[in-house]
Write a protein that binds this ligand. Structure first.
Ligand code: FE2
Ligand code: FE2
Length: 274
């Protein structure tokens, strides 16, 4: 693939602000957050103005994934308990997945499953802020969605390769586009100004040992993604269980006993989630 074509496609992907459902409130709230003088009250008011979005965010933060099931009554409360980056990730996820739910069957369920699994692993390992691991799991395949929405002509070619050559979705993306959703995740994270830990979780979930600043979050999402495929929750676009990098279990100090404990827990929770 020529460099020029790739640059053009990157430009098309980053025209993602044109996605009809990405709410203006995201931009406004991001600006508020970068201003040290703004308060949680101002930020929650800005989000609450969009009632449809607020309802979706509240539904999401009250799911068992984030550790406070049914206990969060307002956007303000959600911001205090989960922090702005988690809420921002949730706003992005609901907005983007809204466009594409019909486009990629099962990817939303796969993403929810990965969020739950990533949070469960983070809790088992006693990581700080497990909700940030959850939101990284939620967003880990967002590049797949944005690519097919922004580059609709690539969709059929990717699907055909997955089907006819039995390729993994990521390999097919690489053949058709010259890059895959993990690279797109890096561009999007920069574009949306996501914090470095979420960026690494999203961009390195297939190559977790290459993450430099926050390898742990990339490793946890990697295992979360694997478990979601093992449990066959939703669909990531192909029929393959993405290979588990064995070095990751060691790096995380995730013993077989602890992994089995997480899996036993997930077996029930994943059923309740969907
Ligand atoms: Fe992925
Ligand atoms: Fe995935």
């Amino acid at each position: 693939m020529s460099k020029n074509l790739q640059t053009k496609q990157k430009g098309q992907i980053l025209a993602v602000k044109d996605l009809p459902t990405l709410p203006g409130v995201l931009h406004k709230v991001t600006a508020l957050v970068s201003d040290p003088d703004s308060s949680i009250d101002q930020i929650s008011k800005a989000i609450s103005k969009d009632q449809v979005l607020s309802a979706k965010v509240l539904k999401m933060v009250n799911s068992p994934i984030y550790g406070f099931p049914g206990r969060i009554g307002s956007i303000q409360h959600a911001l205090v308990l989960l922090g702005f980056n988690v809420i921002k990730g949730i706003i992005i996820s609901t907005s983007v997945f809204d466009v594409m739910n019909e486009n990629m069957k099962g990817l939303w369920e796969h993403s929810l499953g990965c969020a739950l699994a990533s949070a469960a692993i983070a809790r088992a390992l006693e990581c700080k802020d497990p909700e940030e691991y959850a939101v990284a799991g939620l967003l880990h395949d967002i590049g797949k969605v944005v690519a097919v929405v922004q580059l609709p002509e690539s969709r059929a070619a990717i699907d055909a390769l997955v089907k006819d050559k039995d390729l993994a979705y990521r390999q097919a993306e690489n053949e058709v586009l010259g890059f895959a959703h993990d690279r797109i995740n890096m561009w999007l994270s920069n574009h949306w100004n996501l914090p470095a830990n979420l960026k690494e979780g999203l961009a390195y979930h297939h190559r977790p040992m290459s993450a430099t600043l926050y390898p742990k979050i990339a490793q946890v999402v990697h295992v979360g993604n694997f478990l979601t495929r093992v449990f066959e929750v939703g669909n990531g676009g192909d029929d393959q269980v993405s290979p588990l990098d064995e070095g990751v279990l060691e790096a995380l100090d995730l013993s077989p006993q602890l992994l089995h404990k997480v899996m036993a827990e997930l077996e029930h929770e994943l059923v309740d989630l969907l």
